[in-house]
Design a protein around this ligand. Structure first.
Ligand code: NAD
Length: 438
């Protein structure tokens, strides 16, 4: 099967590499020359564990290549995937479909025979039909189908998620397209991962509904965490007790500084917008968006309280700024709300993140980047754990506390406990929804 992947971002590159590992012949196309040059040198433009090795293996096998030339790449492809960005459109919260539609137009002019044009990007209901119209208008004579194949992988665990998915969702309108999609995913099908075939609109809706549900689950436990703080309950124990109920499940029940990242913020906003457009308001989702913003701001208040009511003149070490561990992605990370507030409050902020610096440097002006958590905390008044990288899970807290001017910790990922902090000599500790020290 000859496949072309348009867009070599977090989704396109992982999908392209994994499809080539299935044995398909894949060309990954991007319009960003810097990315294609890096890929051709065997370098991965993003940080995703295991991707570089898998990419090298498939390039070596001759199944995977990269190109800036969409027209030549698409010419005799059997399936063309659109995996370009769909960020929030400025001003109104809608998904910006300009990249998807531009790609569809380019594909239309490049196709030479029957192919399935598959949208992998997260797109509002109705987009695949629009893609079909764009192609049909540009090439009324052309035989083609469109398919919706939303992606559910998580950054940081993307390869495993792609290779061992909970399900693959495929929206189609013809048997021919269904056959092509079935052939592409056959290696997974053989291993009995479920493929759900449905119509275009349902496939598009599944993706938004799933992401909005997960964002709701996170926000729910974050709200419970606030109530735990007031009532003296421990949110970690509450989440465990809830999660052991098979109807609830233990995933996405970790209280923290609010959800962020490249998907949940924009997808919840887009779904809320879709609801308004269809006069079917998504009231729960609208509330989740608002509560999540409050939660991020509440973290700032907690840090200010920990610093005796003022940040001015304080030195604060921030451990982790990416929106979650094992990625370099900073899009909509809680750090983008919290860190500028610390700088704005007059604190000297030292930041350490295993992969976030390249992205973070221009997004977080006024901070000092250091390489090591102990360097960051030396002479600091407070340490804030914002991302639960493995590197921060087994810190020598005693060593850290000794070198701090005043040993205070805001552990916004609940990695440690007030007891751990006390034993190590910290004078104050706060988590999220848990007992505090000091
Ligand atoms: P990204 O911004 O990392 O990558 C998009 C890439 O597309 C960029 O490299 C850009 O240069 C390229 N591009 C844009 N227009 C192009 C064109 N006409 N021709 C060739 N290349 C073009 O985006 P991403 O994070 O990979 O997300 C892509 C889509 O997948 C989005 O709709 C997103 O919502 C969805 N998604 C993302 C994730 C995730 O974890 N990042 C998970 C599931 C779904």
């Amino acid at each position: 099967m000859k496949i072309v992947m348009i867009g070599t971002g977090y989704v396109g590159l992982v999908s392209g590499v994994c499809f080539s590992d299935f044995g398909h012949e894949v060309i990954c196309v991007d319009k960003d020359p810097r990315k294609i040059e890096m890929l051709e040198r065997g370098e991965v433009p993003i940080y995703e564990p295991g991707l570089e090795q898998l990419m090298a293996k498939n390039v070596e096998a001759g199944r995977l290549s990269f190109s800036l030339d969409l027209k030549a790449s698409v010419a005799d492809a059997e399936a063309i995937f659109i995996a370009v960005g769909t960020p929030t459109r400025r001003g109104d919260g809608h998904a910006d479909l300009s990249y998807v539609m531009a790609a569809a137009e380019e594909i239309a002019h490049a196709m030479t025979g029957y192919a399935v044009v598959v949208t992998k990007s997260t797109v509002p209901v109705g987009t695949n039909r629009q893609v079909r119209q764009v192609i049909r208008k540009a090439r009324p004579d052309l035989e083609f189908d469109v398919a919706s194949n939303p992606e559910f992988l998580r950054e940081g665990a993307a390869i495993d998620d792609f290779m061992r998915p909970d399900r693959v969702v495929v929206g189609v309108t013809s048997e021919r397209a269904k056959e092509v999609m079935g052939e592409i995913y056959r290696p997974l099908f053989l291993r009995e991962f479920p493929i759900q075939y449905t119509d275009l609109e349902t496939a598009e809706m599944i993706k938004y509904a799933a992401n909005a549900f997960l964002a709701t689950k996170i926000t729910f436990i974050n709200e419970i965490a606030r109530l735990c703080e007031k009532t003296g309950a421990d949110v970690k124990e509450v989440a465990r007790g809830m999660g052991l109920d098979g109807r609830i499940g233990n995933k996405f029940l970790h209280a923290g500084p609010g959800y962020g990242g490249s998907c949940f913020p924009k997808d919840t906003k887009a779904l809320a917008r879709i609801g308004q457009d269809y006069s079917s308001p998504m009231e729960i989702v609208e509330t989740v968006i608002r509560v999540n913003e409050d939660i991020k701001r509440r973290m700032i208040d907690k840090i200010v309280d920990l610093c005796d009511g003022t940040l001015n003149g304080k030195t604060i070490a921030v451990l982790g700024v990416t929106f979650k561990p094992n990625t370099d992605d900073m899009r909509d990370a809680p750090a983008l709300t919290i860190v500028p507030a610390l700088v704005g409050g007059g604190a000297k902020v030292k930041v350490v993140d295993p992969q976030g610096r390249a992205e973070g440097e221009h997004l977080l002006p006024g901070v000092h980047w250091v390489e090591d958590p102990y360097k960051a905390t030396t002479k600091a008044d407070c340490v804030v754990i914002l991302t639960e990288w493995n590197e921060f899970r087994g810190l020598d807290l005693k060593k850290m506390a000794k070198k701090m001017t005043s040993a205070r910790m805001a552990d916004l990922r609940n990695i440690y406990t007030a007891r751990d902090a006390k034993r190590a000599g910290f004078e104050a500790y706060i988590g999220v929804g848990r007992r505090t020290l000091g």
